[in-house]
Design a protein around this ligand. Sequence first.
Ligand code: BJ8
Length: 430
Amino acid sequence: MSTNFQVKSDPELWEKLGMDVARFSGMPAMLTQAYTNIFLSQKNRPAGMAYFDGMVENIHTGRIHEILAVKESGKPVIGTFCVYVPEELIVAAGGVCVGLCGGAQGSIADAEKILPRNICPMVKSAFGFKIGKICPYFQTVDLVYGETTCDAKKKTWELLDRYIPTHVMEIPQMKRERDKKLWLDEVKDFKVAVDKIAGIETSFEAIAGAIKTINGKRAALQRLNTLRHHNPSPISGKDMLLIEQIAFYDEPVRFSQHVNELCDELETRIADGIGVAPASTPRIMVSGTPMALPNWKLHNIIETSGAVVVNEESCIGTRYYKDLIYDGSTTVEEQLERLTERYMKIDCSCFTPNDDRIVQVVKEYEESGAQGIIDYCLQFCHTYNIEAVKLREACQQRGIPFMAIESDYSPDDVGQLQTRVEAFIEQIKG
Ligand code: BJ8
């Protein structure tokens, strides 16, 4: 356990970004404590996690300086909230794509001064970060690119636009040929908007390079996920979730390199029979809504209750990296079409019908060697909540232990969740 871990502070930088420095200055100490308790207390962590610990230490300082340097060179820095917004086109323009989904309780009260209380905590948390001026990433981006996925998001963008320029990409709700056509047009509009900030027209070569870069990132995560399926698991679910979260703000080439180095280490661990818990430890797969930084609540409950998380069927998880973009296109038009096809494979519950997701969940369950599924739904997320009905039926038909939970970011339900998770683990043990 590293003892000198400390999330860094840089009040001068935060002042320059127009943040509420007085309020934010307590954040690094709080994050240091939470991270130390949740992550550094784990036994037998892979040495390669040191890089990701460093990314957390620099989350409000070093990485922000890097992104500002890109911005000051005239390249686009764009915030997004959904894996349907194609980051390849931002990278092709030399820019930075940052995920801005909120995973913290601390900004919810800010949001509730304006937004209704009974909407998704992820949307409230992100909105609260902006209006409270307590997120350096929100303060750094040129603009944000929202999308028309769920109702909570698409209506919040209208209000968010009062605080930061907010563009909206229309994502259809079905996947027919006519929807693909609309989607492709939206991707083309997105490219124009990104290129406008960069003051260039991204070339075929630049797009090809970006596709290669982001394919490389997704392939590294696929490799890591396959390795963690080994029993005994060579890495904890908490560490895997952290890496999946960091994928949304780190520099992609460096990130992929470190994920691949970690994979090399895990291969050695597997060959040596080293795991983070004995092979007899109950193995749980989590499916459902994304867990944005620093939402580690459910994973922490599961792994402190004597089980290990072996898969995240989530947008901060496999939905982000399960598909790559075909990289043999010969024209820009074909590149954008192939890119659109890849994005259309993401099986978010905002779509109807969405039966491909049920098939995918069962597939990932089988591949991961899990012994049960906990379906995680953020409070008031209607689409995932309702889709859990079909998921439960599919699990019942196959004899897969299944439990659905609904939660938010407050600590109030931790005790109750812990009791339910422990009972579920007992059920798996038989
Ligand atoms: S592709 S899951 S990232 S929309 S949890 S805000 S849906 S009420 S996050 Fe998502 Fe894109 Fe879909 Fe993925 Fe709304 Fe539900 Fe909240 Fe959600």
